[in-house]
Design a binder for this molecule. Structure first.
Ligand code: PGA
Length: 249
């Protein structure tokens, strides 16, 4: 039985004061930790504060990206080791906004994911098609290529230490959500694709859905057999909404 993972991607939101208030709200809420794990991914500047507040709590800390390099002359980059020192244990990689605005490729995501796992960080590897790709009937071709590229040379051991997030680009921040059936179809496709690498690992790997997940649509999405959690943007910025999402399970 796969455990659910509910991840909050705060994106470029969260001053230190806002971070404190939001985490205070989350820490006072309750949810079934046997069923689901919660992880929040604040911006870099808030990670130290968040790490201190979440120390010894049930909520895990994640980063929104990470450098592929270990250290050195890479202006503005943050390494896996730096993330570890502030209590980070997850890292989102290949988010569509990184792909779109920073030209991140599957190959780069693949290299970062290997570095993350090597450092004991769990990568949340994002894939997703654009509206144009969906409307032209290319969803599976696009997702298949992204899965093959981001998981290039992955063994069962690496798959067991990874999480996948399916986020249709057209559903991110738009209020448009894939129907539970549409999402389930792609999740099943992804799991089958991963089964081509290793059947057992494909059964174990958590595949999250992302794209306008809200308290009122979370239950129907999360009740699909191949949807093992959510990557939540906008609704992760309100403690009440985020707690409602995890409590819809
Ligand atoms: P959204 O963002 O929930 O605001 O659509 C999801 C994401 O980009 O991870």
């Amino acid at each position: 039985m796969r455990k659910y993972l509910i991840a909050g991607n705060w994106k470029m939101n969260g001053t230190i004061e806002e971070t404190k208030a939001l985490i205070d709200g989350l820490l006072t809420g309750s949810y079934d930790t046997d069923k689901a794990e919660m992880v929040i991914c604040p911006p870099y500047t808030a990670l130290t504060t968040a790490g201190k507040m979440l120390n010894n709590s049930k909520i895990a800390l994640g980063s929104q990206d990470m450098s592929v390099h270990k250290n050195g002359a890479y202006t503005a980059e943050i390494s896996s080791e730096m993330l570890l020192t502030v209590g980070v244990s997850f890292v989102i990689l290949g988010h569509s906004e990184r792909r779109q605005y920073h030209a991140e490729s599957d190959q780069q995501v693949n290299a970062k994911a290997k570095v993350a796992i090597d450092a004991d960080l769990t990568p949340i590897i994002c894939v997703g098609e654009t509206l144009e790709e969906r409307e032209s009937g290319n969803t599976e071709a696009v997702i298949g290529k992204q899965i093959d590229g981001t998981l290039f040379e992955f063994s069962a051991e690496l798959l067991n230490k990874s999480v996948i997030a399916y986020e249709p680009v057209w559903a991110i921040g738009t209020g448009k959500t894939a129907t539970p059936e549409m999402a389930q179809d792609v999740h099943q496709f992804i799991r089958n694709r991963i089964a081509g690498i290793d059947k057992e690992a494909a059964e174990k790997i958590q595949i999250l859905y992302g794209g306008s997940v809200k308290p009122d649509n979370a239950k129907s999405l999360l009740s699909q057999p191949d949807i093992d959690g959510a990557l939540v943007g906008g609704a992760a910025l309100k403690a009440d909404d985020f707690l409602k999402i995890i409590n819809s399970l």
